[in-house]
Design a protein around this ligand. Sequence first.
Ligand SMILES: NC(=O)c1ccc[n+]([C@@H]2O[C@H](COP(=O)([O-])OP(=O)(O)OC[C@H]3O[C@@H](n4cnc5c(N)ncnc54)[C@H](OP(=O)(O)O)[C@@H]3O)[C@@H](O)[C@H]2O)c1
Length: 249
Amino acid sequence: MASYDMTGKNALVTGATSGIGRATALMLAENGARVAVAGRDKERGMAVVYAIRANGGEADFIPADLHDAASAKELAHRAAETIGPIDILVNNAGVAAFGPTEDFPEETFDAIMATDVKAPFYLVSEIAPAMAARGGGAVVNVTSISGSIGIADSAAYGAGKSALNQLTRNWAAEYGRKGVRVNAVAPGPVRTPMADRSGDIPDALAEQAPAGYVASPEQIAAAITYLASDESSYTQGTILAVDGGRSAV
Ligand SMILES: NC(=O)c1ccc[n+]([C@@H]2O[C@H](COP(=O)([O-])OP(=O)(O)OC[C@H]3O[C@@H](n4cnc5c(N)ncnc54)[C@H](OP(=O)(O)O)[C@@H]3O)[C@@H](O)[C@H]2O)c1
């Protein structure tokens, strides 16, 4: 693992109870950050906190069901109260659902947009100005290859991730001069519980990619950690594809 000095930094990771978010929380903590582990499932959240503490790191679990402005703003406040002012925000929590457009339930469409677009929007609206007021910070949005290439049965999810890609660029323009760097990581298929619920899509994407296999959560966490670190200080508004090369071919 690459190592960075994140001592004294406070990081909020949404969806840190599982998969990519869990791996990111562990990696940020290994590099010295104090981490707010956010998610809905307390048991899995506390397991991540205990794993970090057992490793000598600092972490707390903050329960959050992210679906609107109020839930996002409440998480921002509770995280800052618990671990201190946020220096690093990782917008990772996401809802994925797939299926033909003609049969797609409206409540599922709304759930994707609420968690994957609206919640990050209101987390940034709350946290980025506070980062700017203290001289800077880093936001990393976890999007998807689905936000930039066309995948059958992925219309709603892809639209949400594409929106988050565009928010990344808009926020770089809005907050960059104020010291807040905003970037995104766009993973390809990653072996997580979400991928296990996504039918044939992960294996099909991996099969088409130069790498030829489904990534581990740690391979995505490494890119997120880099973009959250001061080592990426001149990188702003980038959508970093970590997809085994699938979007390039
Ligand atoms: N796996 C892939 O192949 C892949 C590929 C590209 C992009 N991504 C993106 O990577 C991110 C992480 O996915 P993953 O694969 O690591 O999935 P995962 O293991 O299923 O984890 C999803 C996380 O999101 C949280 N979450 C879901 N709905 C939430 C809500 N309403 N409020 C708060 N938290 C919520 C979950 O929390 P609880 O478990 O506590 O409910 C969980 O921690 C997502 O944004 C996903 O779209 C994944």
